[in-house]
Design a protein around this ligand. Structure first.
Ligand SMILES: [Zn+2]
Length: 391
């Protein structure tokens, strides 16, 4: 490294994106953290391989651990914990969680912000991505939905863009989905996560009906749509290219074709799959159908290990047929495109200097992909928007 206004890092190899490398290579970036050159080095190189910073496509940074491993008791535990926390505790939790992710090389996130406190919590960390303001309201009509969205405006700061997260088909009314679709181009929705969710949409019965009743959010005379989650989201006008569909554990037969046609991205969270002992969804078939798939960590409440690298290694075990390049893409460029930030998750001139350094095993960057995705290479150093992360 050299001091001064412009910084330079020469490495044995640099992975720009899967299939593209510079070996050996030199990265030059300006004081604002923008890459100004990628070139062959002229002097000595460090004994490292440089990879692009990771992009977490679904995380709830504010949520702390919760014990239950069945879904509805778990939801109740998460809601009770949130109600008992102070604003300072929520901001502190979000900042601590982000620092943990940064330390393993996650420099961009799709954060689901339930309180509107994430932006302030992440101040000064230099993180990129999108902050999706979460909204719920199964009882809301058009006027109520408009009122809620006036109070929960999507916010943006620095390289964190704005978005909305109408939570799920069992917690958001058709009017609120429609209003969210008008209010923000960028949406993140928990979709088809559980059999009980599909049952509720088809029949209006089951534990979600009971929960809504208990919360006083089931409108009198409610009639279920009698279609599954994906068709319901399509009808509500939110199944579109700029929507993240999170989980998709319980898709119905024609749903994959519908999602593929919409261009929406599916986000899978391997830690959550393991936490609730769910079956692995058919990610290879989705990719073959042309659906973009990205990886998320979800939250500490549904993970033994809160880590995108841990999720990447778990994904490699859940879907052994996927190549290291496909898996790495799910944690970088696929996630970045889904957030509407295609410059993230890759190294290119004009892009952010989000770099993670691992010990070099050879002069070929591609040799490092397989051990990296399987969790075998320690991260030696991280630069977020050009700034070295202090440990
Ligand atoms: Zn989630």
């Amino acid at each position: 490294m050299t001091g001064g206004r412009v910084r330079t890092l020469a490495a044995r190899c640099i992975l720009l994106a899967p299939g593209h490398e510079l070996s050996p290579g030199e990265i030059v970036w300006d004081p604002a953290g923008r890459i100004v050159a990628l070139r062959s080095p002229t002097g000595r190189v460090q004994d490292v391989c440089v990879l692009p910073g990771l992009v977490d496509a679904h995380v709830h940074l504010q949520i702390g651990p919760a014990a239950p491993r069945t879904f509805l008791p778990w939801v109740r535990a998460v809601l009770a914990a949130r109600a008992a926390e102070t604003a300072a505790q929520q901001r502190g939790a979000a900042r601590a969680a982000m620092r943990e992710l940064l330390a393993e090389g996650v420099t961009a996130v799709a954060e689901i912000d339930a309180t509107g406190r994430t932006m302030r919590a992440l101040r000064g960390l230099g993180v990129a991505g999108r902050c999706y303001r979460e909204v719920t309201g199964f009882h809301l009509d058009a006027a109520g939905a408009a009122r809620l969205l006036r109070q929960h405006r999507p916010a943006a700061r620095g390289d964190l863009g704005p978005g909305l997260s109408p939570h799920a088909p069992y917690s958001v009314s058709a009017a609120l989905f429609a209003a969210a679709a008008r209010a923000s181009r960028w949406l993140a929705i928990h979709c088809a996560e559980l059999p009980e969710e599909q049952r509720f949409l088809h029949t209006g019965k089951g534990p979600f009906a009971d929960l809504l009743q208990e919360l006083g959010r089931l409108p009198g005379g409610f009639r279920p749509p009698r279609v599954g989650a994906v068709r319901w989201l399509e009808r509500c006008g939110v199944l579109r290219e700029t929507t993240l569909l999170v989980h998709c554990q319980e898709l119905e037969r024609p749903d994959a074709a519908r999602i593929a046609a919409s261009g929406a991205t599916i986000v899978v969270c391997p830690a959550t799959i393991r936490w609730f002992r769910r079956a692995a969804p058919p990610v290879p078939a989705w990719l073959a159908a042309g659906i973009p798939v990205a990886l998320g960590t979800d939250s500490r409440a549904s993970a033994q290990q809160f880590s995108l690298r841990g999720s990447l290694a778990a994904a490699a075990r859940l879907w052994p047929g996927l190549s290291p390049g496909q898996l790495f893409t799910m944690a970088t460029t696929a996630a970045a495109r889904a957030l509407g930030r295609p410059g993230l998750g890759t190294l290119r001139v004009g892009g952010r200097a989000d770099l993670l350094l691992v010990p070099a095993r050879s002069d070929r960057a591609s040799d490092h992909l397989a051990p990296f995705v399987h969790g075998g290479l320690p991260v030696a150093r991280v630069f977020c928007n050009g700034r070295p992360l202090r440990r």
